[in-house]
Design a protein around this ligand. Sequence first.
Ligand code: PLP
Length: 418
Amino acid sequence: FDSLRDTDPEIADVVLGELDRLRGGLQLIASENLTSPAVLAALGSTLSNKYAEGYPGRRYYGGCAQVDRAEEIGTARARELFGAEHANLQPHSGASANLAVYAAFARPGDTVLAMDLKQGGHLTHGSRVNFSGSWFNAVSYGVRADSELIDYDQVRDLAREHRPRLLIAGATAYPRLIDFAAFREIADEVGAVLVVDAAHFVGLVAGGAVPSPVPYADVVTCTTHKVLRGPRGGMILCRAEHARAIDRAVFPFTQGGPLMHAVAAKAVALREAASPAYQEYARQVVVNARALASGLEAAGMRAVSGGTDTHLALLDLRPLGLTGAEAESRAEAARITLNKNAIPFDPARPAVASGIRIGPPAVTTQGMREPEMAEIARLLARAVRAVPGSPTGDDVLAEVGAEVAELVAALPAYPRPA
Ligand code: PLP
């Protein structure tokens, strides 16, 4: 860090500012986490210098002996941890991993059946503003209005009607377990390739806290930076029969040189995720998510689908007469970072939204457990009700902010450099 401070004080100041933000508040964005110093060391290493187009032993550049080791170690760890026949650690992100899967199995114009963005799916699952919805014929399924659980009857009906090339399971804002066996059955019936986008919950799978999609899916795409607690990036797991198609779709079809520092950092995260401590962490993430959801329900919010089985909860704020946008900005004023989120059948515009999505992966990494979750729920419920600019609103937000600062001081995110 000293060399950064000497060379570029402005960027050093940004890094310290971000560290202060992480240390000074609660990070409740369900897709974020706090990587270990070991992961950060690999990320900030000289491996960033290396061009390594291709795969270990089959590179287009010389000098790849060391980065080959990193990639081989990483892919072996991924195969072992997830019981997968093949792993590719090169995707630069979750979206890149999904792009590669489309490229491996479909052609522009083919039909893809995936979860509606408005009901919890991801942009890469067929949104019009994304390659997936503009280059492919995207058909969407959603959740049932009564239970807010995936409507498997609708998935089957749409699959029979549209005969998709790809059937995608997985979501960005779905708090419940997904029935992979049901998706497998539907995919088999219509001859679709079953892709599970496990970006959000792959870390819970790694820690044994939720069932694995690997035995069911043809391909599993992931991000490595959410619950899994690795560097920002993507990963693809697949059956051996698809290995060649997947590898070629990542490089040379959709990417150039891999980010070898990120590949090495993914290897580090996978090693960490294989430890008993990580198993305990993953279990605690789910316990904490449930505790947060029930604390917030007790404070008058409504948990979509009645609760959570995973690392995230979606809270409907309409019972409090609040929007997601209001809650997000009030929480931020009280040092609590979360995101507004559409709820299923949301009457509000996405930029306003009726809900918030919260998750405890980061605060659980800090060592927080059920008592802290109860405290966080209490503080959050207080903050979102405080109207900024009103006679008491700003005072309440300042008071909550001070209590948050006290809470995180006891279990800090990272040490601050001297
Ligand atoms: N797939 C799902 C289900 C996601 O939730 C996300 C990101 O939130 C992605 C893919 C894309 O990941 P990235 O932001 O790394 O491109």
